[in-house]
Design a protein around this ligand. Structure first.
Ligand SMILES: *[C@@H]1O[C@H](CO)[C@@H](O)[C@H](O)[C@H]1NC(C)=O
Ligand SMILES: *[C@@H]1O[C@H](CO)[C@@H](O)[C@H](O)[C@H]1NC(C)=O
Ligand SMILES: *[C@@H]1O[C@H](CO)[C@@H](O)[C@H](O)[C@H]1NC(C)=O
Ligand SMILES: *[C@@H]1O[C@H](CO)[C@@H](O)[C@H](O)[C@H]1NC(C)=O
Ligand SMILES: *[C@@H]1O[C@H](CO)[C@@H](O)[C@H](O)[C@H]1NC(C)=O
Ligand SMILES: [Zn+2]
Length: 524
């Protein structure tokens, strides 16, 4: 890895003069733009194929400023200046904006937003898989207000389905794919209030194993929520916090196994070595739980016990692509959000770079002809970078000048609020005295808060593959699964799918003609 100090040194020595040699020549920019134009003109021929497969990458908390900073980081990790780098998601031909607010919140949370982009319905903050008629924590407002997700629609259509996340598998984002809960925090019955238990509500881990019994691939963290209270963890035997949590005494991993047909191969693994030793051609169902809670940050990952996000995605795709009817896969880079909440921008950005690598891996393993891939975020963060930094400045570096007000240096990366607020002897901390390139450095914020907050502005939606062009403007977030379902001929809107319900393959003539007409109308 390139030393951030080295990049910083290049940046500061050459302030106002460092420009990559080739960029001084106008023909470089003209040629580059003409190449882009040529590719853009090809987009006039829209892909109206049926999306046999749909992959959704969800960067939790991956606002646009995070995408830009992750791009620079990725380039700098490859010893480049960084700004000119292209992320895998940057290569997607269609980009839209998604309005992320929840029905009861201007600045949303991950639960209400997950309900929007997975179930197609906006909901209240803190609730998953239920409509806005459900109030957070009120168990008895759940019944009758459940909404189903695209994962369920895909399963009902005979496709394989998978969930891969770096958080707990029962965390807000994945849970909207399979659960209906008035509260995202009901990870197991241990976290539920007695009233909700007495009113008959089920915790999210329980719902993961019982609601859709044949989810083909489940990978992430969250082991402790599957085991009886006090059961010792297989990896952290001495850690009391890693122990089982369930008050009902259930062993959900045994229950998961018991629901799988005998003649199928179902595998539960808890470490990377075991995962990578599997032969995916001989795995029908996979449950991988690599940590008691959330998985470790990519920067802190133990490479014997924990797979990276891209490794999990690769195994998932090898299993899911075996289904001739196709698949739906939800991939969450779930800890971008956690890095930001802690004010640890470096952790957050490395999580984003790792998710981008997983996007590249998925792209190499699938075809744009039959696979719709959507990359988006649930919400943004009050994360920003600026300060007139010169070209190639380390993304974790300092602005080239000191403040003209308090005469102290400042990092380019700053937060609007969060734990990095620091006053020393009545003044803003002098960051020259601290290691601001450290993995766990907490960037300064304007307002002290133990946890930095989400941001309220729109997030980007990147799309490629069949019907990707339907993501083309400023959309409400709950529009996204409607597009994914339409493209893959699942869910409610099947009018354009000549073969829907018949179970037979689409006749190209029957399908493509009306779709082509429709797409033209959409575009012009
Ligand atoms: C739902 O539960 C609350 C207590 O949380 C109670 O006040 C309310 O009357 C209940 N509503 C119904 C319709 O049972
Ligand atoms: C769990 O362990 C703690 C301390 O080791 C003990 O006090 C508690 O009674 C145990 N709970 C159960 C349900 O076994
Ligand atoms: C992985 O899990 C298997 C099965 O429990 C175990 O035998 C093996 O020692 C574990 N490997 C590591 C590196 O923890
Ligand atoms: C695993 O981590 C160790 C220690 O950080 C490192 O030396 C080793 O190269 C890593 N192995 C792989 C396969 O990444
Ligand atoms: C900040 O710290 C640096 C490094 O110790 C020092 O050179 C500089 O004078 C300090 N600035 C202020 C305003 O205290
Ligand atoms: Zn968050």
């Amino acid at each position: 890895m390139i030393s951030p100090f080295l990049v910083l040194a290049i940046g500061t020595c050459l302030t106002n003069s460092f420009v990559p040699e080739k960029e001084r020549d106008p023909s470089y920019w003209r040629q580059q733009a003409q190449e882009t134009l040529k590719n853009a003109l090809k987009l006039q021929k829209l892909s109206t194929n049926v999306a046999k497969n749909v992959i959704m990458f969800l960067g939790d908390g991956m606002g646009v400023s995070t995408v830009t900073a992750a791009r620079i980081l990725k380039g700098q990790l490859h010893h480049n200046t960084g700004e000119e780098t292209r992320l895998e998601m940057d290569k997607f031909p269609f980009v839209a904006l998604s309005k992320t607010y929840n029905t009861n919140a201007q600045v949303p949370d991950s639960a209400g937003t997950a309900t929007a982009y997975l179930c197609g319905v906006k909901a209240n903050e803190g609730t998953v898989g239920v409509s806005a008629a459900t109030e957070r924590t009120r168990c008895n407002t759940t019944q009758g207000n459940e909404v189903t997700s695209i994962l369920r629609w895909a399963k009902d259509a005979g496709k394989s389905v998978g969930i891969v996340t770096t958080t707990r598998v029962n965390h807000a984002t994945p849970s909207a794919a399979y659960a209906h809960s008035a509260d995202r925090d009901w990870y197991s019955d241990n976290e539920m209030p007695p009233e909700a238990l007495s009113q008959g509500c089920k915790d999210i881990a329980y719902q993961l194993m019982h609601n859709i019994k044949d989810i083909d691939v489940i990978m992430g963290g969250g082991r402790k929520y599957m085991y009886p209270k006090n059961r010792t963890d297989v990896e952290y035997e001495l850690d009391e916090k890693a122990r089982g949590t369930r008050l009902d005494g259930l062993d959900l991993i045994s229950i998961w196994k018991s629901f799988k047909p005998r003649h199928k191969h179902s595998h539960y693994v808890w470490n990377r070595t075991e995962l990578l030793a599997l032969d995916p051609t001989r795995v029908d169902y996979l449950l991988g739980l690599f940590e008691p809670g959330d998985m470790q940050y990519e920067l802190n990952r133990n490479n014997l016990t924990d797979p990276s996000l891209s490794e999990m995605v690769e195994v998932a795709l090898r299993i899911l692509t075996k289904n001739l009817k196709g698949f739906f896969l939800l991939v969450e880079g779930g800890r971008i959000d956690h890095g930001h909440h802690e004010g640890k921008a470096k952790q957050a950005l490395h999580e984003a770079v790792e998710m981008d690598q997983a996007i590249g891996k998925a792209g190499a393993m699938t075809s744009q002809k039959d696979t719709l891939t959507v990359v988006t975020a649930d919400h943004s963060h009050v994360f920003t970078f600026g300060g007139y930094t010169p070209r190639g400045n380390s993304i974790f570096g300092l602005a080239p000048m000191v403040s003209d007000t308090d005469k102290k240096p400042f990092t380019a990366i700053l937060y609007g609020n969060g734990p990095g607020y620091k006053v020393v002897d009545g003044e803003r901390e002098n960051v020259s005295m601290v290691d601001y390139a450290h993995n766990n450095y907490q960037a300064q914020s304007a307002v002290p808060l133990r946890h930095e907050t989400h941001g309220g502005e729109d997030v980007a939606v990147f799309a490629k593959g069949p019907m990707a062009h339907l993501l083309h403007g400023v959309h409400e977030q709950n529009y996204i699964p409607h597009v994914m379902a339409y493209a893959s001929c699942i869910g409610a809107n099947l009018d354009h799918c000549a073969w829907a319900g018949s179970g037979s393959a689409p006749s190209p003539g029957a399908l493509l003609l009306p779709l082509a007409v429709l797409s033209l109308r959409t575009l012009f």
